[in-house]
Ligand binder design. Structure first.
Ligand code: BGC
Length: 356
């Protein structure tokens, strides 16, 4: 009897053990409770983002959209954002820090197109791919350059002024720094239109580090010479803001037509108020979103999809994604910056009294 009992106990224990083993195998084969596998899934990608500075309105938006798109894809992803505050040496050392942190990919808004080839080489040697965000990094063989069609930005500015009329056939250019490769492309587009229409470019000034105060001080020092200028092409809306302010202080507001780029809120307000002719809207959400998708592909060692163009960086032909910029005037501001949600209608029309 005793022996029988022990036998049945042993049998039960054996069955229990078997059931446990089956359960354990089933769980792990579905990969739900395997601690090793779980760890693997939670180790998100690491992206290093180096930004010129956040002084200009658009860059905060670029960065926020980029980070949120990456997080949407991988909630465990880590985006290390470094702000160089417009200083080239700081940008270099921040990129080196990101290399040391072993990021999977680097996304760079460069300050100076010519001065990052050393650090880019270091990154590539460490096996870290690079995306040149919005501004081309020269001679560095980056893995992707993604931007807007900057030459077209200049073309759109020029065409808007031609359409408005330039009776004295003279314009002034208050551009950004030549270290930013975009500046050269925008200028090319603008100058080509002026040339086609026989318009003289009275002067072309470059604000170092995109410092709008420099453009403003040029304007205040050349007020008398500006009396025969029909229009000022401003390198961006921030320069347009200080230019218009300086002209207003000299009681010259409204006499000179102004164009800019970025569709900054203040510029959009001026457009509906009539003190700025146009701006160029660059849907930065699209840029940031695409850059996030490509950064993920590079971080995961995948081949980039849908990149069919290349651009010459001075030494290499690098993969290039080029988005379309949009001219914004009083006539289409509602369908462009407002309908897309870039700015709220009540903000743009804040200073314009209701018609009824
Ligand atoms: C960008 C502009 C921006 C400027 C200053 C340029 O490279 O194309 O959109 O306003 O930099 O930050």
């Amino acid at each position: 009897m005793k022996a029988l009992c022990r036998k049945s106990l042993l049998r039960r224990a054996f069955i229990l053990l078997l059931v446990c083993m089956i359960c354990f195998t089933a769980c792990t084969s579905e990969g739900e409770q395997d601690p090793e596998k779980e760890k693997e899934e939670k180790t998100g990608i690491k992206i290093g983002m180096s930004v010129d500075s956040f002084i200009i309105e658009r860059w905060r938006r670029d960065c926020d959209v980029f980070v949120s798109k990456v997080k949407e894809y991988d909630s465990n992803a880590d985006v290390l954002v470094q702000n160089a505050n417009g200083d080239i040496e700081t940008q270099k050392s921040q990129i080196r820090y990101l290399i040391e942190k072993k990021v999977d990919v680097l996304v760079i808004v460069c300050i100076d197109s010519e001065s990052l080839n050393d650090v880019c080489y270091e990154a590539k040697t460490a096996g870290i791919p690079i995306i040149a965000y919005d501004r081309l990094i020269k001679n560095s063989n980056v893995d992707l350059y993604i931007s807007f069609d900057n030459e077209k930005v200049g073309t759109l500015m020029g065409e808007a002024l031609i359409e408005e009329g330039l009776p004295n056939r003279r314009v002034l250019m208050l551009s950004g720094p030549t270290e930013d490769n975009n500046v050269l492309m925008v200028e090319k587009g603008f100058k080509d239109v002026m040339k086609q229409h026989g318009i003289m470019i009275k002067d072309c000034v470059h604000a170092a580090g995109w410092r709008a105060e420099e453009s403003a001080s040029y304007v205040s020092q050349h007020l008398t010479e500006l009396s025969d200028v029909d229009a000022i092409m401003c390198g961006n809306d921030n320069i347009a803001t200080t230019t218009i302010r300086t002209l207003a202080e000299a009681r010259m507001a409204g006499k000179i037509k102004i164009v800019g780029q970025d569709a900054d809120l203040e510029a959009c307000q001026r457009i509906v108020e009539g003190t700025q002719v146009m701006t160029v809207y660059k849907p930065v959400e699209k840029l940031a979103q695409a850059a996030a998708e490509y950064a993920i592909q590079l971080a995961e060692n995948k081949t980039l999809t849908g990149v069919n163009d290349t651009i010459f960086d001075g030494t290499y032909n690098v993969p290039y994604i080029c988005l379309d910029p949009i001219a914004v005037t009083k006539d289409n501001i509602d369908e462009t910056v407002i309908d897309s949600g870039f700015h709220l209608r009540e903000d743009v029309y804040m200073n314009v009294p209701d018609e009824d």
